[in-house]
Design a protein around this ligand. Structure first.
Ligand SMILES: [Zn+2]
Length: 349
């Protein structure tokens, strides 16, 4: 067990939670884009462990068990339903192992089921039973708290929260806000957050889908609507008013557009829209100044984003040993031992 729980840590400063395992492991060649099922947990567990460790070194205070989409609906889709329990248990064990290396918290994780339908009791029952099995395994593993994330229905989030609350563990609920600026039930983010607060969540906010620029106005709306802690975990992409979500970002350069299948930038041709580490640092500083304490980065994040976020919040994680220092660059550097002919050539680079 880590020395301080989530709520104590939030009382004294920021809590950083690195996310984005699906995208990063896809880039590394251990997970398939499309279905986005985390077979990597059973097939290449070392890769999951390494990525957790990368994020821990970069300053994450939380190791979130990689059980995103490790639910019945997704595993059925790829014919691995029988692997559901071992996959969850293994993901939890890996997260615990790495967290113990750095006094990090371990979070269990449930997410959008893609099964929920409003006013459909059968769907609600199915969602509840999917959450109950995952939350049960997380609680048995001894996690510090549980995250319900990327949920775009208030109704689904209410079920998730109820299931988590029954364990007695702290609950973090983060909504996914798509293009319409409201949840799929037609509820405004601030109202939905208030409802989740009233139902007993410890932290509420937004994760995924939106980049820093288009997430911030709704984080402010949520901050104003609730008195519990607020979470903000954007995707590191340059979303805009016209294209507010990473799904809606479209390649503009005709020289590049033709080679992207279907002209669809999401999810594997988003590279030109990638936010720099400096933009993530700025988002972290602005959010914290506005009273947002639970911060992270979601799909598309690399350890360099997490380190920049941590440093922006005054941290000095292990990976900061290798934070940029251009003073010894052969041409742009300032060190007097550098060769003057290279420094004066810098303008030609
Ligand atoms: Zn995400």
């Amino acid at each position: 067990m880590a020395t301080n729980g989530l709520l104590q840590r939030l009382e004294t400063g920021p809590v950083i939670c690195a996310e984005g395992y699906l995208f990063e492991l896809e880039r590394r060649g251990y997970l398939q884009s499309g279905a986005y099922v985390l077979e990597v947990v059973l097939d290449f567990p070392d890769q999951v462990e390494n990525l957790h460790r990368d994020f821990l070194r970069a300053g994450s205070d939380v190791i979130e068990a990689f059980t995103y989409y490790a639910h019945r609906e997704k595993l059925r889709l790829i014919g691995r339903e029988g692997d559901l329990e071992p996959m969850n248990r293994q993901a939890l064990a890996i997260a615990k192992k790495v967290a113990a290396e750095g006094d990090a918290l371990v979070a269990g994780n449930i997410c959008n089921t893609n099964v929920f339908k409003p006013n459909d009791a059968d769907a609600a029952r199915q969602v509840r039973s999917m959450y109950e099995e995952q939350v049960g395994w997380a609680a048995e593993a001894g996690v510090d708290y549980i995250i319900a994330e990327t949920i775009s229905w208030l109704g689904e989030a209410e079920i998730a929260l109820d299931v988590i609350k029954r364990t007695g563990l702290p609950a973090v609920v983060t909504f996914a806000l798509h293009k319409q600026d409201e949840l799929r039930d037609g509820v405004k983010p601030g109202e939905a957050a208030k409802r989740i607060e009233d139902l007993g969540a410890d932290v509420v906010g937004l994760n995924c889908i939106r980049g820093p620029r288009t997430m911030m106005p709704f984080i402010e709306e949520i901050r104003a609507a609730v008195s519990i802690h607020v979470a903000a975990l954007p995707v590191p992409y340059r979303t805009t008013r016209a294209e507010p979500t990473f799904e809606s970002l479209k390649e503009k350069d005709p020289e590049c557009l033709h080679c992207i299948p279907g002209g669809q930038s999401f999810p594997v041709a988003l590279d030109p829209f990638q936010a720099t580490r400096f933009e993530i640092a700025e988002f972290a500083r602005n959010s914290y100044a506005k009273g947002v304490r639970y911060l992270g980065v979601c799909c598309g994040a690399g350890p360099h984003h997490v380190r920049a976020l941590a440093e922006a919040l005054g941290r000095n994680p292990l990976a900061s040993r290798f934070s940029p220092d251009m003073s010894k660059h052969y041409a742009y550097g300032t060190d007097p031992r550098l060769r003057p002919e290279n420094r004066s050539y810098a303008k030609n680079l």
